[in-house]
Design a protein around this ligand. Structure first.
Ligand SMILES: *Cc1c(COP(=O)(O)O)cnc(C)c1O
Length: 480
C-alpha cells in the first residue's frame, strides 16, 4: 500500500476487480433471492468488533463482501424486483457515478466547479422540456423528493411572511395550514413537522373512489380554516400516489390555489417520469398555477439514487429563503451564476448532474419513451390476468405501471381473515426469494402492489411473477 502518492497501477488492478465484480453481479443477479433473507443482527454479528490496526488489501474486502455482506443485500436492480417504487440504475449512470467519485467534486458554488453548476443548469432545462413543464421553470437537483418538498414548504412559508420567519421565528404568525390528500406520501407530513408548522396543521383531504384528492373537500377545508383564522399556506398535489399511483386532479386543485392565493407544490416523485410520454401530459394540465414541482429520476428514469429533479417558478424566492453568504464563501461571480447551495439546505453538494447527463444522452428521449411504454404495456398484460382470474381482484384503477390487487378465493367472508390471508401470501412470496412485492392498505384492504418499472425487467420476469403469485396462493389456501 502506498500512502504517499496515488498508485495508479494499484488503482487499475482493484478497479478492474471491482468492475469484474459488478459485471458478474449483473450476470448472476437473477439467481439471488430478491429480498435479503437474513435475520436481524446476523450481518452485524459476523463483523469484527473493531477496525484493523494495519491496512488491508482491497482484494480481501471484495472477498469479505461476497462472504459476509452479499446475503444481506436486497437486490433492487434485479428484474424480479417489483416492490415499493424502484431505485433504478443503469450502465451509463454507473459509469458516470464512478467518474463522479473519482473527482470528488464539492459542487456547492459555481466556482468550486463551474462545469458541475452549468451542466446541472443545462440538464435540468433538458428535463424540464422533456416532461413538458413551462419554460419559466428553473431546476436544480436535490437529494430526494423529501428534501424537495421540505424546501418547497419552507419557501412558501418565507414568501408568505415576507421572509420574516427566517428572521424572527414563527411566534405570533398564526397557524399555517398545509393540504394534501389522505394518500399523500409521508414525506409531506414530515416536512410540515420539520418546517416548524406543527403536524396538526397538515390537513388530510379525503379522496374519491380512485384515491384522488377531492377538490370540493379541499376547498371546504380551506374555507373552514379561513373562518377559524388559520393561514392556508400550501397545497400539495400528488401525481402518482405511493399506494396506488392515483393522480390528483391538478386543473381543479390549481383553480383553488389561484382563487385563494395558496402556494401549490406538485409531488410527482415516481410518476413524473411518465410525462416524457405525450399520453400522460394531461396530468399537468393546470401547471400555470403550480409554484414548485418534483420528480425523481432515481425512481423511474434509470439514474441511480440520489437524483431528485426539483423545479421552481420563482427561483428568487427560493434563493432568498436559503441564501446565506458568510465571508469565507463570497466569490466574485456570485451575481452572475447559479450557486446551487443557495437552492437547498446543505452547503455541500455532490456532482449529481453528470450521471443524469450520461443517462439522458445514452438512451435519448426516444429510448426512454420506449422503455417506459414497455413497462406500461407489461402492467396492462398483468392487470388483464388479474382481472380474468376468478380468485384474484384488482383493488384500484391502473393509471400506468402499478397494479394493486389481492387474492380473494370466494370462500372467506371475514374482512380480517381476507387481509390476513393476503398478508400471508405476500410474506410467503417474499420468503421464496423468487420475486419481491410490497403492500399497501386501500380502503382497509390489505393490497399487494405489482410495480413494473425495473430497468431490466422483461416479459418473462412478469410472467414468472404471475406464476409465483398463483402457485403461492394455492399453497397457502387449498381452494385457490
Ligand atoms: C418515493 C416518493 C417520495 C419520497 O421520495 P424520496 O426521494 O425517497 O424522498 C415522495 N413522494 C412520493 C409520491 C413518492 O413516491
Amino acid at each position: 500500500m502506498n500512502l504517499v502518492m496515488p498508485n495508479m497501477d494499484e488503482f487499475r488492478k482493484h478497479a478492474q476487480q471491482a468492475i469484474e465484480w459488478i459485471a458478474r453481479y449483473y450476470e448472476n443477479i437473477e439467481d439471488y433471492p430478491v429480498k435479503s433473507q437474513v435475520q436481524p443482527g446476523e450481518i452485524y454479528n459476523e463483523l469484527p468488533a473493531s477496525m484493523p490496526d494495519t491496512g488491508e488489501q482491497i482484494d480481501r474486502m471484495i472477498r469479505d463482501f461476497d462472504d459476509t455482506l452479499l446475503k444481506g443485500i436486497t437486490h433492487w436492480q434485479s428484474p424480479k424486483f417489483f416492490a415499493y417504487f424502484p431505485a433504478n440504475t443503469s450502465v451509463p449512470s454507473m459509469v458516470a457515478e464512478m467518474m463522479t467519485a473519482a473527482m470528488g467534486v464539492q459542487g456547492m458554488k459555481w466556482e468550486t466547479s463551474p462545469a458541475a453548476a452549468e451542466l446541472e443548469q443545462k440538464v435540468m432545462e433538458w428535463l424540464r422540456d422533456a416532461i413538458g413543464l413551462p419554460g419559466e421553470f428553473e431546476g436544480t437537483i436535490q437529494d430526494s423528493a423529501s428534501t424537495s418538498t421540505l424546501v418547497s414548504i419552507l419557501t412558501a412559508r418565507e414568501k408568505a411572511t415576507g421572509y420574516a420567519v427566517n428572521e424572527e421565528g414563527l411566534e405570533g404568525k398564526g397557524a399555517f395550514r398545509v393540504y394534501g390528500s389522505v394518500e399523500t406520501h409521508s414525506s409531506i407530513e414530515r416536512a410540515v413537522k420539520v418546517a416548524g408548522l406543527g403536524r396538526k396543521n397538515f390537513v388530510k383531504v379525503p379522496v374519491d373512489e380512485a384515491y384522488r384528492m377531492r377538490p370540493g373537500e379541499l376547498e371546504a377545508a380551506i374555507k373552514r380554516d379561513l373562518q377559524d383564522g388559520h393561514r392556508p399556506l400550501c397545497i400539495v398535489a400528488t401525481l402518482g400516489t405511493t399506494g396506488s399511483t392515483s393522480i390528483d386532479p391538478l386543473p381543479r386543485i390549481a383553480e383553488i390555489s389561484e382563487k385563494y392565493g395558496i402556494w401549490l407544490h406538485v409531488d410527482a416523485a415516481f410518476a413524473g417520469s411518465a410525462l416524457i410520454l405525450k399520453d400522460y401530459r394531461w396530468m399537468i394540465e393546470g401547471m400555470e398555477a403550480v409554484d414548485t414541482f418534483v420528480f425523481n429520476p432515481h425512481k423511474w428514469l434509470f439514474t441511480n439514487f440520489d437524483s431528485s429533479a426539483y423545479f421552481v417558478r420563482d427561483a428568487r424566492a427560493l434563493t432568498n429563503t436559503f441564501q446565506l453568504i458568510p465571508e469565507y464563501l463570497k466569490t466574485r461571480s456570485d451575481e452572475q451564476v447559479n450557486n446551487y447551495s443557495d437552492w437547498t439546505i446543505p452547503l455541500g453538494r455532490r456532482f449529481r448532474a453528470l450521471k443524469l447527463w450520461f443517462v439522458l444522452r445514452y438512451y435519448g428521449l426516444n429510448g426512454l419513451q420506449e422503455k417506459l411504454t414497455r413497462h406500461i404495456e407489461m402492467a396492462k398484460t398483468f392487470e388483464q390476468q388479474v382481472n380474468e382470474h376468478p380468485h384474484f381482484e384488482r383493488l384500484a384503477p391502473r393509471t400506468m405501471n402499478v397494479v394493486c390487487f389481492r387474492m380473494n378465493p370466494g370462500d372467506i367472508t371475514s374482512k380480517e381473515q381476507l387481509n390476513a390471508l393476503n398478508e400471508e401470501l405476500l410474506h410467503s412470496i417474499n420468503r421464496s426469494g423468487e420475486i419481491y412485492l410490497t403492500h399497501t392498505r386501500l380502503d382497509g384492504k390489505y393490497t399487494l402492489r405489482m410495480v413494473i418499472a425495473q430497468t431490466h425487467v422483461e416479459d418473462r420476469h412478469v410472467e414468472q411473477a404471475w406464476e409465483v403469485i398463483r402457485h403461492t396462493a394455492k399453497d397457502i389456501h387449498a381452494s385457490m
